[in-house]
Ligand binder design. Structure first.
Ligand SMILES: Cc1cc2nc3c(=O)[nH]c(=O)nc-3n(C[C@H](O)[C@H](O)[C@H](O)COP(=O)(O)O)c2cc1C
Length: 342
């Protein structure tokens, strides 16, 4: 969970309980620079964070979003050189991922929201001599960016349970690699039900957002605890400069001010940059247009306490955030999810 929610404290705690702990690479250079007081590059920050999260006999991976195009290559190199157990990559199709750096023992795991996307990735990766080590299938109930057009989010055919069979078939076709489902999985019962339907594992975000070990601010965690079903909306216009629908708590200060057009455009972080006509990374739609886009880097950084004094936070959550009524430790949550109770 980016930005700055899933850092080494959360990933390490999850790994310690037998899960695969995932760090978010988004803006991690700034977060580590601030924490250590030493200016680090994205490559160095990723190496540092992964080494802090690693434990004996535990597994730690990293999420690297394709939408952060400027930093993608260096992030992948840093993760592999740090010995990450997995790179999980979505927010765009990670078509070149296996070609960036020899992955050694790092599993390469794309995120898709359709069998078609998986087909495209597998065909491209086949030409690079690689097959996904697993795939995350993320449905429309997830937090963060959604892999669906806004008019497709609520379609019956896009429900996670309906997406799973064709994605499972596609994974079979290209070598029977594991399919990990994500988006709206909340209880031990949900996990058991998805495993029975053919999933090989689950990825969970929202429930871990409101844990003691998550690096979300206290205000963010409390907003999750307070959120009711009707408070959780899919933001589109105004929405993410990445162009994908983005689920938020509608009371998030940055979302409220974006709706009322009170915000001045203010891109001073530049993570979501796209190339200009000269091929240089200079363009972010939110730099000039605060009618259609909110300043996602600043808003999410504020939600993890980086710049909370200067910037309004933006709270992203999955649909099930409305069911969370208290902040738990990872230990208690993992026991509950394992069906061991507590
Ligand atoms: C706060 C938050 C931040 C997220 N950030 C990212 C991200 O940076 N990259 C990404 O690929 N997915 C991101 N996601 C999606 C999660 O990785 C996960 O797949 C999804 O939330 C699963 O659904 P759940 O929240 O219902 O468990 C985020 C989700 C949340 C709740």
């Amino acid at each position: 969970m980016g930005v700055g929610v899933s850092l080494h404290p959360l990933a390490k705690a999850v790994a310690g309980e037998g899960g695969l702990g995932i760090i978010s690479s988004a803006c991690i250079d700034r977060l580590v620079t601030k924490r250590t007081g030493k200016k680090v590059s994205i490559y160095e920050a990723i190496k540092e964070e992964i080494s802090l999260a690693k434990i004996k006999n535990g597994f730690v991976g990293i999420n690297i979003m394709g939408a952060l195009a400027r930093d993608f290559t260096e992030s992948v190199k840093g993760a592999i050189d740090a010995g990450a157990d997995a790179i999980i990559s979505g927010a765009g199709l990670p078509l070149t991922l296996p070609a960036i750096h020899p992955p050694k023992d790092t599993a390469l795991i794309p995120i898709v929201s359709s069998a078609r996307a998986l087909d495209i990735i597998c065909k491209k990766w086949e030409k690079l001599g690689y097959r996904p080590d697993a795939v995350v299938l993320e449905g429309p109930l997830a937090g963060g960016h959604l892999g669906f057009r806004i008019d497709q989010v609520d379609l019956e055919c896009n429900k996670l349970e309906n997406l799973l069979p064709p994605v499972k078939d596609m994974a079979m076709k290209f070598g029977d690699f594991p399919v990990i489902v994500a988006g709206g999985i909340y209880t031990h019962g949900d996990i058991v039900a998805y495993l029975a339907k053919g999933a090989d594992g689950v990825q969970m975000g929202t429930r871990f957002l409101a844990t003691t070990e998550s690096s979300a601010t206290q205000a963010y965690k409390e907003a999750v605890v307070r959120a009711k079903e009707e408070d959780i909306v899919v933001a589109h216009r105004p929405g993410s400069p990445c162009g994908l629908p983005f689920r938020v708590i509608k009371q998030s200060p940055m979302y409220v001010s974006s709706l009322s057009r009170r915000r001045q455009p203010k891109c001073d972080k530049g993570y979501v940059l796209m190339k200009d006509a000269d091929g240089k990374y200079t363009v972010c739609p939110a730099k000039e247009d605060n009618k259609d886009y909110f300043c996602i880097c600043n808003g999410l950084l504020s939600s993890s306490g980086y710049n909370s004094n200067e910037e309004e936070p933006l709270y992203t959550v999955g649909t099930n955030a409305s069911r969370i009524d208290k902040i738990l430790s990872v230990k208690v949550l993992m026991h509950e999810l394992s069906g061991l109770g507590y």
